[in-house]
Design a protein around this ligand. Structure first.
Ligand SMILES: Cc1cc2nc3c(=O)[nH]c(=O)nc-3n(C[C@H](O)[C@H](O)[C@H](O)COP(=O)(O)O)c2cc1C
Length: 182
């Protein structure tokens, strides 16, 4: 190890193993969302943190979705999805994360007892969200990441509110994770 990398180790807790690297990545600030989809007469949704805006003209985002999730199957089939930005002031936030993020629509009907609105493309929109986006997957811009697909999508419609504050993934990890039972 050269002198410079030793200097870094004095200042930071450094990791190179996969688990340690993932822990360091918790410091990358991003949000926590409920990703929704509609297909074959069904509605479903899951938690998602792997989202970023990739271009502004046209407005496009990229999301990484595990291929095993039902939501992935529905997005791949329909070419559409909705994104709901969770509100950190919503008292039911932890419950929403548990509901959408720790069980699969393959075994439970997630929208059975959840209030929702329908977007233009038929995707569910959560009325308690700070904001929502309705998106169309851009043909030819889906990347196979082995476990996940990276969908690049055009944001066709979005809505925001005056009130509310987006929940960050970091805040979820720090203060909400225990309440979801994970
Ligand atoms: C905090 C949190 C963040 C998550 N982020 C992602 C993500 O970015 N991508 C993903 O594919 N799954 C993510 N998940 C996992 C899915 O939400 C989870 O596998 C879900 O049960 C899939 O549901 P489905 O089969 O009904 O689609 C996350 C879960 C939690 C609790």
């Amino acid at each position: 190890m050269d002198r410079h990398s030793q200097d870094v180790e004095r200042v930071f807790a450094v990791a190179t193993d996969p688990a340690g690297l993932n822990k360091t990545l918790f410091q990358v600030t991003h949000g926590l969302y409920i990703l929704t989809a509609a297909w074959g007469g069904r509605l479903n949704g899951q938690c998602l943190d792997a989202l970023m805006q990739v271009t502004s003209a046209p407005p496009r985002i990229a999301i990484a979705v595990n291929k095993r999730s039902l939501t992935h199957e529905m997005i791949a089939a329909s070419g559409r999805f909705g994104v709901n930005v969770l509100d950190r002031e919503d008292p039911a936030c932890a419950e929403k994360i548990r509901h959408f993020g720790f069980q699969s629509g393959r075994t439970v009907e997630k929208f059975k007892d959840i209030p929702y609105l329908l977007g233009e493309g038929g995707v569910p929109v959560l009325p308690d969200a700070v904001a929502f986006y309705e998106c169309a997957v851009v043909p030819g811009m889906t990347l196979d990441l082995e476990t996940h697909s990276l969908f690049v999508a055009l944001v066709e419609r979005g809505g925001t509110k005056e009130r509310g504050e987006p929940l960050t993934y970091n805040e979820y990890r720090r203060s909400m994770r225990k309440r979801t039972g994970s």
